[in-house]
Design a protein around this ligand. Structure first.
Ligand SMILES: [Mn+2]
Length: 363
């Protein structure tokens, strides 16, 4: 129940600096979305999530100061009215049935009770991904690559479903933080208003707090780095990424954290200030190539930009943008895309169009 548990679930999952999926199965799949991939093979099971918990720097470790027990008790005391007909779960144990019922409930334009929402965008396009590729499970891995919110009417439903799956399948369901998973961005681009309308300011604050726990990068089979935005203008290593302290409550200007969340590839060699008014940088093919060589990697996968065909391959095949929200914001007419990845790191792209969704719920 409690968002406390959801937080903890995520915090505990990412507490070690590296997460390595220990799960082995003949049908392991892996996917990344707003970005995502998918894999149909067994040996594909090395996924690491980066981002320091900052335990080396206790004076700044605000996340550890959160009183999870009090939060849990407060949420646990919330009464569920007898007329509530939505999904429930008990004893802080989320279930597959709860998530499936929750998705049905959302499809029918209903809310789930705040007691459960505390705990745990294109929502219809989002769940269409599971229709195309199968629902997440211990054998059907997914990685979603940030910017889960601020994109239309159903950001809350999308991110709650993502968090619920992360909670249910911590070893086979992965998320990367996007630039929108930040309190100030979420205030300016719609998520705060959406959550205030559907629930309350407290609910928004809980979510904003949870965003900080999301890792800034994931590493697949030691060879593919997945970040939301891009690279730095400095000669960074994976250790530099691993050592980022991400619980500051803000993204420091011109920091590696900012670049990972906000940068975009560019065609020319070198770096420039980028195309977003000074947030993040533009990085060229030489930057990507040198970064990959320095870190013994094969490929960079990132998101952050809508693409007409849902994806774009740049930098001599070394930098791929994947974007899985089709007809982005209802106006871009772009396809959505996903990547399937096999154990020998062969990539297959799948593109798809937007689905129709009910429009009566404006807020
Ligand atoms: Mn973005």
């Amino acid at each position: 129940m409690a968002i406390g548990n959801l937080h903890l679930s995520i915090r505990q999952s990412f507490k070690p600096i590296f997460i390595k999926s220990l799960f082995k199965s003949p049908t392991v799949k892996f996917a990344v979305s707003n970005t995502f991939f998918k894999n149909n093979d067994s040996s594909f099971n090395f996924t690491r999530s980066f981002g320091s918990t900052g335990t080396h720097n206790n004076s700044m470790n605000t996340a550890n100061q959160i009183d999870w027990d009090t939060k849990f008790k407060t949420v646990n005391a919330i009464e569920v009215e007898p007329q509530y007909d939505g999904p429930k779960f008990d004893d802080r144990i989320i279930t597959k049935e709860f998530i499936e019922e929750m998705i049905e409930h959302f499809k029918n334009q209903k809310k789930i009770h705040k007691k459960y929402a505390y705990q745990v965008r294109q929502f219809y396009d989002f769940i269409n991904i599971f229709k195309i590729n199968g629902v997440p499970s211990e054998t059907n891995m997914y990685l979603f690559n940030g910017d889960f919110i601020d994109r239309g009417l159903y950001g809350f439903e999308v991110i709650l479903t993502l968090f619920a799956y992360k909670w249910l399948y911590p070893k086979s369901f992965y998320l990367t933080r996007g630039n929108h998973e930040h309190i100030n961005v979420a205030k300016n681009y719609g998520f705060e208003k959406e959550v205030n309308t559907k629930y309350s300011e407290i609910m928004f604050e809980y979510f904003a707090e949870t965003f900080e726990t999301l890792p800034l990068a994931n590493l697949i089979n030691e060879k593919i780095l997945v970040v939301h935005g891009g690279l730095s203008n400095r000669d960074i290593t994976l250790d530099d990424i691993k050592n980022i302290y991400r619980f500051k409550g803000y993204v420091p200007a011109n920091s590696l954290m900012e670049y990972l969340l906000w940068s975009d590839p560019r065609k020319k060699h070198g770096c420039d200030i980028g195309k977003r008014g000074g947030i993040g940088i533009g990085f060229g093919p030489d930057i990507t190539e040198n970064f990959l060589k320095r870190n013994n990697l094969d490929l960079l996968i990132r998101s952050h930009e809508a693409k007409k065909e849902g994806y774009e391959i740049e930098h001599n095949g070394k930098c791929i943008t994947i974007f899985s929200a089709p007809n982005y914001c209802g106006i871009y007419k772009n396809k959505g895309a996903m990547i399937n990845i096999t154990s020998d790191l062969k990539l297959t792209f799948k593109t798809f169009d937007a689905v129709t969704y009910p429009k009566q719920h404006e807020y």
